[in-house]
Design a protein around this ligand. Structure first.
Ligand code: BYC
Length: 312
């Protein structure tokens, strides 16, 4: 009995000291004490982030062989390679929390771990490469700049590196959109069509409204997340709409309204569509997962050869 009470007091003290560190902006490092729920929440978020980077290579990989010039092909190849690197930084950061890479992949393959909803939409033509870079990487940066200040040291440091590369990705996408929007009538139409299809899914990347976000309040208290889903989404909207206007494209939202404070009020996101995609029923969910499983299986011999070499 006395032992149980002492243990409880000890845990309370550890929790208080932990929260004090967070409140004072001291980073939590892998060997520091942390509440189980903090560890669990981080494992979930960082591994899902890593899966998003890796699965995110598929919609773009689809267009490497059909890039319209050698320059465009080289840029796209470099970008996709960067995404693989981002996945590796993030898996490494998540592994410091005591779960192996194999387990993360197993969770992904069993459908226990998620990846960003956006990658379950198809990329139908070259303009989509512009829209992905401009909107998807653009949304990812807004979120990731904020996550540079996340409380877990390895995650925060991975974010700093990733943000440097991500801003180049956003610009290469905007360059493609600008070229197409200023090209022939047909090219401009392709750019507008890509914006029409990607706009709402890009807004969904930020997750449900704050009031429906299961993890936000605890994640904000622990500074795993530094800003809420809705405030990040609003920042992205306010940055992106003037960029669309600059190249003569229109955001597909009849309810869009510029408010006196310079911020845009948008129509409502189709949340049924969002949850349907999150639950695995989007246009490409099955294809994306099947492709990942196949590539992982086909790479087995490489992993085994590396291990055999390391053991000798
Ligand atoms: N897609 O309580 P909530 C990239 C899930 S891509 C799928 O608000 P949280 C890239 C959520 O996981 C960007 N699922 O969750 C760019 C939770 O379910 P679980 C990847 C989503 O975690 C170009 C449930 O809904 N970035 O970088 O507080 C090329 C309730 O949501 C989504 C990151 O992952 C969604 N959009 O907030 C290649 C950034 N939204 O887990 C790559 C790190 C929500 O309980 N992650 N859900 O089963 C985050 O910042 C946060 O996890 C989120 C969601 C804002 C995404």
């Amino acid at each position: 009995m006395i032992k149980t009470i002492t243990m409880e007091k000890n845990t309370e003290r550890l929790e208080r000291e932990f929260q004090e560190k967070i409140d004072n902006e001291v980073k939590i490092e892998p060997k520091d004490w942390m509440p189980d729920a903090y560890r669990k929440n981080l494992i979930r978020q960082i591994s899902q982030h890593a899966h998003s980077e890796v699965i995110g290579m598929q919609p773009e990989g689809n267009w490497i062989t059909r890039a319209p010039s050698l320059r465009a092909k080289k840029i796209l190849l470099a970008k996709i390679q960067d995404e693989a690197g981002h996945g590796l930084y993030l898996y490494s950061a998540a592994e410091t929390l005591g779960v192996s890479r194999d387990t993360f992949l197993q969770w992904l393959h069993e459908g226990k771990a998620k990846y960003s909803s956006i990658f379950n939409y198809p990329t139908l033509n070259w303009a989509d490469m512009g829209a992905v870079g401009w909107l998807v990487d653009g949304a990812a940066i807004v979120n990731q700049v904020s996550l540079q200040k996340t409380s877990y040291g390895p995650y925060s440091r991975a974010m700093v590196r990733i943000c440097k590369e991500e801003s180049f990705h956003q610009r290469q996408g905007y360059e493609i959109m600008t070229k197409m929007a200023r090209g022939t009538k047909e090219q401009k139409q392709m750019a507008q069509d890509a914006l029409n299809r990607m706009w709402w899914p890009a807004l969904m990347m930020f997750g449900p409204h704050d009031s429906d976000s299961a993890h936000s309040s605890q994640s904000l208290k622990w500074k795993i997340k530094r800003e809420s889903n809705d405030s990040l989404r609003q920042r992205f909207i306010d940055k992106t709409i003037p960029q669309a206007e600059l190249i003569g494209l229109t955001v597909p939202d009849p309810d869009l309204e510029l408010q006196p404070n310079g911020s845009y009020k948008t129509g409502e996101i189709n949340w049924d569509e969002f949850w349907n995609v999150v639950k695995g029923n989007g246009p490409c969910n099955k294809q994306r997962l099947a492709h990942h499983k196949k590539a992982h299986e086909e790479g087995r011999w490489v992993r085994e050869a590396c291990l055999a070499f390391a053991e000798n």
